[in-house]
Structure formats: structure tokens, C-alpha cells
Design a protein around this ligand. Sequence first.
Ligand code: EPS
Length: 375
Amino acid sequence: MGRILYRTAGESHGAGVLALVEGLPAGLAVDLDSIHDALRRRRGGYGRGPRQKIEEDRVEVLAGLRRGRTLGSPLALWIVNRDRTIDRRVPRTVPRPGHADLAGLLRIGGTDVHAVAERASARETAGRVAAGAVARLLLREIGVEVAGFVVAIGGIEAPSAPAAIRGILRRASRSDCYGTDPATDRAWRRRIDLARAGGDSVGGIVEVRAEGAPPGLGSCAQWDERLDGRLALAVMSVPAIKGVEIGPAFESAARFGSRVHDGIVLRAGRLRRTGNRAGGIEGGMTNGECVVVRAAMKPLSTLARPLPSVDLATGRPAPATVIRTDTCAVPAASVVCEAVVALVLADAAVERFGAVTVAELRSDADRARRALLRR
Ligand code: EPS
């Protein structure tokens, strides 16, 4: 059974970030511009901090490509860090509440928070975004388009996004908050400015949609094969994400079942659904509707006006360490969530169709769709 597996390596201020992607079918054209575009979006967004002006995030392909196409061997992508100050950082011994600092030091021992924070930093997500950009290219080969965008910042929710993914992509690409409504962008910018002025940070909600996913990705046969569980793991593992839902799950929990489930109807000889409250997944498998995943991001944990903490070197109370950070990274998180959703769906597609080459994957996915229509 083919699987796409990915790992990352790299510290925030080390030599760079590595993404290793295994299981990509042979013959996929990998255009570096798409990867650079995704990395540019991850670096950007209103509310980002000074680090993003330092980094350029150019990708070097270390392995896995010949003449711009995958060989079916592991793909290794390398993103150089311009800030490589890992060995010059002065020790900081006051952990920041909300960060990995304290839990990590309780795990590995010592008092210098850099020993934990270097790897826990969201800089690592550059690797996931680079890998995810390749997964998006693979999904496009089988007619799947994935888009991440922002739906709320600091409690201000945008009106419903356009139904078609092209409209979402167009609008989010014009917005510095990666939203779909310019009026809400203005309110979000004001909220972010307010947080910055108060030495504070602000979180929000992002949504990822995947349109055109062939039905039957994932499985109900085993708990860890269920696609909703795999998506939740991938999205929840993004730094600062504390909640994940498929479709409007938390809203549906308050309703009667008759107001939640999407009816099945025959229209012009084709199976159709009366809605998509299931978020495109039933029984742990794609059902042919748009996959909709939402994630709640907490406000970032480094605060210019710091919370109380304890100096681990002296045992005395002290304000938490303050270092350079973002006021709001919700737009960036929408790009990271888009990447990890694409990686899960690409994995599930390769698993479902067992394809060794991109051409096989394309014809198998077409066959699955045609079979559905015939029925
Ligand atoms: C980030 C890199 C980091 C932070 C931020 C996001 O760089 P630096 O520590 O040099 O400023 O700006 O990290 C966090 C908010 C975090 O929680 O780790 C990045 O590249 O996304």
C-alpha cells in the first residue's frame, strides 16, 4: 500500500529547515515557483513579526528530482535560514507560559529555554509548507484544489466565503489577512493593531477546503485509517492550533439530527447531497463533497507585556522571557493548515489507488469518478 510520509528537521536559528517527502509517485512536475509562492504566503500576513523580513525562504532540491520531475525516490527540500544565531543566543531561564519552554525543560532537564524553543518554534512549519506545496501539485493532477483562508481573528468572524474554491483563492490572494471579505480585513487589522499596542497577541480561526476529492479516500476499517482522524492529527499538530472541526461540528452538536445530516437524492441520474454539513467526510471517508476543515488558533504565547513566571536559575518570580514574535500569525496558519491537509489527502489518494506513477494515479482517480457516475 503506497503512502506519502513526510518529516522535517531544523531549528529556528540553525542552518535551515529540511523537508523529506517519501512515497511521491514518479513523473510529477515540481515547479519551484509554486513552493516559493506558498513559502511567501507563510512568511506574510498582517501582524507578522520582524523575523519574516529577514528570511527569504528559497528552496534547494537536494534529492528526488530529475529535470524537474519526481523520480519516485525520497524528495529532500532544503530551506536556508538567514538568521543562524543558534550558538550565539544568550541563555534565557524564564519560561514563557503557553510555549513549549517549561514542559520541554521538565522533559529534557536544564534551565535554558532555547534548548526547547529552537525546535518548538513555528519556523519548522516552513518545511511543512514546502512539502505541502508539492502535495498540492500532486492533487491538482487528479482535479483536487486545496485552499486555506482566514475566517476569524480576535472574535471577529467574516461573512460566509464564496462556495467555489477559485473565488476563495482569488479573494484570499488579494487580502493581507488572507480573508475573503475586505470590510472584515479592516476590522481584523484594527484588532491586530490594538493587540500590538497593548503588548498582546491575538488568535483566530482558519478554514481549509479541498474541492474535487475523489470519493472513498480514507477508510472505516480501522481507527487510524479514518480520514477525519488523520486530518485532525495533521492540523492539530500545527503550532498554536488548539481545536479542529470537520464541517460545522460544534454548531451541529447543538442541533437535532434532522437539521444536521445531508440528504441523498438522485438528480438527472446522479447521486447528489442536499447540503454539506458533514464537511465532505462520512464514516472516515471522503463522500465526494468538498472537504471542509476548521482550526482554532490560540493567541501566540510570547507577550511584549509578559505574564508572570519563575526564573529557573534562581527560583524567584520573574516576568516571562520577551523575545521577538508576531502579534498575529493566523494568516500564516491558514497556509500551514492548507499544506498539512494537502499532504493528508495526497497520502490518502496514493494509498487508495496504489499508484507508482502520476499517470497511473490520474487514470485510477478518473476511473473511480466515472464508476460513481455510472451508478
Ligand atoms: C516564526 C519564526 C520565529 C518567530 C515565530 C514564527 O522566529 P524568531 O524567533 O527568530 O523571531 O517569529 O515563532 C513563534 C511565534 C513561535 O511560537 O515559535 C516562523 O518562521 O513562523
